[in-house]
Design a protein around this ligand. Sequence first.
Ligand code: CMC
Length: 427
Amino acid sequence: MAEDAKLIVDNKSFDYPVLSGSVGPEVVDIRKLYGQTGMFTYDPGFTSTASCESALTYIDGDEGVLLHRGYPIGQLAEHSNFMEVCYLLLNGELPSQLELGNFSYTISRHTMLHEQLMSFYKGFRRDAHPMAIMCGVVGALSAFYHDSTDIADPLHRRISSHRLIAKMPTIAAAAYKYALGQPFMYPDNSLSYTGNFMRMTFGVPAEPYEVHPVVEKALDRIFILHADHEQNASTSTVRLAGSSGANPFACIAAGIACLWGPAHGGANEAALNMLREIGTPERIPHYIERAKDKNDPFRLMGFGHRVYKNYDPRAAVMQKTVREVFAALKVTDPVFETALRLEELALSDPYFIEKKLFPNVDFYSGIILSAIGFPTTMFTALFALARTVGWVAQWNEMISDPHQKIGRPRQLYTGPAERDYVPLGQR
Ligand code: CMC
């Protein structure tokens, strides 16, 4: 461990302990800084700030490493399944066969929604964005499941976590059905978590629905790739909302709202829209020039990451999955060629090399989801569905920490100093 960090202010020296995690950068513990010096630190965007301790997920952005509870994302995507990853994130260890069976059974028993909650959907316009519906309906869960909102009770916390993981597919699929004007599909608990979601989305009550095993596997893998990602914006939102003692359903609704933005989960929708707008490979250079132009707000969507400065390991798995899904469904999409060429051209361009901008998880995911049949507006809702386990695992970790405090950042105030109120007639 490094020696204490020294800070010298007005010729006075202050020592701050350096703390080590199991892997990754050490951190300077500045909790006493304000009390000792009367100063705050300034780090908008948290580019150098660890906001909490966590044992869930580790990212090494320079090496392109992502571990959940120590297990590399590539291994989980290849060999595991989403239910198992949910168990791992929530409980810290991979389950035994019996534990996995019990967990999957429990989740499947929470898939239905209170019938009255279904009538909420009718209050939305038919053209409402699914994320608008998700924010509302997930927040409304707290009005229906009062028996799992006592955050001080570990059993309540466990039940609400299971409910959220189980109900998200039902909520997301109903948002899709509502836009189409088709009847809502009730869950079928004989199917896998992902197979059930596919049936609720693409099935109709009038005929049986057959789950395509390759598509089911691909979608399950997409869920694994989105399950958790350390202290990203939406997870930090969930933690901050939860730090006040808000109930878990309200906290996850806050996370969904944050995820919606195009710089975060909304990027998968924006990336596919961008690729379709580019259209053909000949038009790529024009868009690359636009992305480099400081006077043009255009960015390559699905490119760049706050933490990954080498490659997003999730993007590599996504790219492989595109090919698998195309082969299984015997489809192709010219947009994939455009995406591959865009990646190639961007990665050989000095602007993108210098700034270490690489495709992220959202660059290829939209191409797969579109091939499976999801409209672009559903992409971020699928991200929310999969990220729910990460949100609830992080929320649980925070609430069970005995040192947990309300999150309350400070600021560098730049407004007017104190001044006297001027009556209306004298202004
Ligand atoms: N296209 C063109 N230039 C870019 C891009 C991009 N996609 N991303 C970053 N840059 C430039 C940016 O203009 C800046 O240049 P300069 O230093 O000259 O001002 C530099 O790279 C650093 O960018 P930043 O915005 O300061 O970096 P950040 O860490 O704050 O932002 C990001 C990370 C992901 C928000 C950003 O790269 C971005 O907007 N990417 C496009 C949206 C996207 O794909 N988001 C999904 C992220 S992964 C999944 C998720 O988090 O949900």
